[in-house]
Design a protein around this ligand. Structure first.
Ligand code: ADP
Length: 192
């Protein structure tokens, strides 16, 4: 199995690039944002709780997302690899993921970190809000709070993986194809 973390701030293009990467490398896409939005759409108790936090741009509790990822790993025993998108977002989540993967006798192969300037992120997210139907994309204060959460809690997750020499930084500005090529090159150099 070859497992990838696509890492980066909100609006850095993780979702868009994930779609292209899972098709090219035949991976199972696990996006905690998408899993949480499915829970909200189904009005589950977990979804209703998560929605309050997501609508203000805060992270949902670690145990909630770790539980969702654990179930998703169990539900997909025969895949050739996972692409984690929007997870892990805290060091506790990264440690939990390492443990879960170890139980499955696998590990993270590479962490691809997309880099985009803050003003570009805000512009992209508010622009996405015009069509995404996501309430957390329409309000600038919420968008900025998501970036603050990223800086305070998530950016340090890259340091966690740096200890294991797994992080590759990728410029997340340019055309979709240019960014996809940079990501693919890093993956190819690890799997070939
Ligand atoms: P983006 O990266 O564009 O902010 P996501 O769809 O990944 O979008 O996440 C949307 C929201 O869902 C986050 O702001 C957060 O509230 C919640 N969320 C998603 N993934 C996690 C996670 N791993 N840990 C905690 N909260 C999460």
């Amino acid at each position: 199995m070859f497992n990838i973390i696509l890492f980066g701030p909100p609006g850095s293009g993780k979702g868009t690039q994930s779609e292209k990467l899972i098709a090219k490398y035949n991976l199972k896409h696990l996006s905690t944002g998408d899993l949480l939005r499915s829970e909200i759409a189904a009005s589950t108790p977990l979804g209703l709780e998560a929605k309050k936090l997501m609508d203000t741009g805060q992270l949902v509790p670690d145990e909630v997302v770790i539980g969702m990822i654990s179930s998703a790993l169990d539900a997909n025993p025969d895949v050739s690899g996972f692409l984690f998108d929007g997870f892990p977002r805290t060091t506790a989540q990264a440690e939990a993921l390492d443990k879960l993967l170890k139980l499955k006798k696998t590990e993270i192969g590479i962490v691809l970190a997309l880099e985009v300037s803050e003003e570009e992120l805000v512009k992209r997210l508010l622009n996405r809000g015009l069509t995404s139907g996501r309430s957390d994309d329409t309000n600038e204060a919420v968008v900025r709070n998501r970036i603050v959460e990223y800086k305070n809690k998530t950016s340090i997750v890259a340091d966690y993986y740096k200890k294991f020499d797994k992080v590759k930084h990728i410029k997340g500005e340019g055309t979709l194809d240019e960014i996809f090529d940079s990501l693919s090159k890093e993956i190819d150099s690890k799997i070939s």
